[in-house]
Design a protein around this ligand. Structure first.
Ligand code: 8YV
Length: 325
């Protein structure tokens, strides 16, 4: 039997590409960069290849227009991500195209980056590194770059899913108290003592550090706006490793400038890779280039999940194990 054709929109780690090539008639992309933002290139390549599956990543425009223009051969879109906000799920459903993602395997790695940003923000690590690299460090001084400790502080986790709960485990090691805000309260064995808030005001008022783990999309757009920032304690820290669209950049920048917020750490940006220029000139913010899942181990595991999803439907004729639509 001929191997099913799979169109791959990005260059993936070598181990993943080798496995894809062994399992499918894989049309690999040698480029790291996303194809055009509007999805036209995906449509063009799909028309050429007539694939049964498309393996895409966050940042690829699998919007309603792209999906409507895909050839009838496409049966599944497997995304190399847990987030699916770049895919119009109803449009895929309407065309009978399955959509599957890569949950769990990136939770620890993403929590590590949230934790890194929390520490960088609290301990002013980015500022210190820039000082040393600029050759501007004149020696140890009692009052130089004093940050704040995380020990004993209250961490507020917005979105208490798998990534948020991994972060909670790490933060317990720093003797932080854990509060969370979620669509609904999770089972007690998942809470492990974390305090649930059923409204934003009590949550935001109770915490010293806010770590954001909510998905992108219209419902969460600019969740962290000027009003919610004002509810945070003066001197609070904000970290976002979810989606950049959930933050009102102008409001965050204003609060970092005024001192209402002590510091922030971002791994994701609205319209990335564009970064709001207001962030670039601030000292009290740590900025990373969407590194959440960027470990060798995690990226291989994400690739394995994509291959499992594609092979299930296209080779074994069963439901993709991580189907979301
Ligand atoms: C991915 C992510 O690495 O999985 C997600 O949703 O945001 C990242 O960790 C990236 O989006 C590649 O698709």
């Amino acid at each position: 039997m001929a191997k099913p054709t799979v169109l791959v929109t990005r260059r993936l780690p070598e181990g993943v590409q080798d496995k894809l090539a062994a399992t499918f008639d894989a049309r690999l992309n040698p480029e790291d960069a996303a194809w055009s933002g509007d999805g036209a290139e995906i449509v063009r390549r799909a028309a050429e290849a007539g694939p049964a599956g498309i393996l895409c990543a966050a940042g690829d425009a699998l919007n309603a227009r792209t999906i409507a223009a895909l050839p009838d051969s496409v049966r599944i879109i497997a995304t190399f991500s847990v987030g699916t906000d770049h895919i119009d799920l109803p449009a895929a459903q309407a065309r009978g195209i399955a959509v599957a993602n890569t949950p769990d395997v990136l939770s620890f790695a993403t929590a590590e980056i949230a934790f890194t940003l929390m520490l960088m923000a609290a301990r002013r690590a980015g500022e210190g590194e820039r000082l040393v690299r600029a050759g501007a460090w004149t020696g140890w001084a009692p009052t130089q770059l004093m940050g704040t400790t995380l020990e004993g502080k209250t961490l507020g986790i917005l979105g208490f899913g798998r990534i948020g709960r991994e972060l909670a485990q790490m933060a317990r090691g720093m003797r932080m108290a854990i509060h969370y805000r979620n669509r609904s309260r999770v089972a007690p064995e998942l809470e492990e003592g974390a305090i649930y808030h059923d409204n934003d005001d009590s949550f935001l008022g109770a915490i010293d550090v806010l770590s954001m783990h909510i998905p992108g999309g219209a419902e969460t757009r600019r969740w962290l706006d000027a009003t919610r920032i004002a509810r945070l304690k003066r001197g609070a820290i904000v970290v976002n490793t979810g989606r950049g669209t959930t933050v009102d950049d102008d409001a965050l920048i204003a609060a970092l400038r005024s001192g209402h917020l002590a510091a922030a750490g971002l791994d994701v940006y609205d319209g990335e890779p564009r970064v709001h220029p207001g962030y670039l000139v601030l000292e009290n913010i740590a900025l990373l280039p969407h590194l959440g899942s960027a470990t060798v181990e995690t990226r291989q595991a994400m690739g394995d999940r994509c291959i499992e999803n594609l092979a299930a439907l296209l080779i074994e004729g069963r439901e993709p194990p991580f189907r979301v639509a």
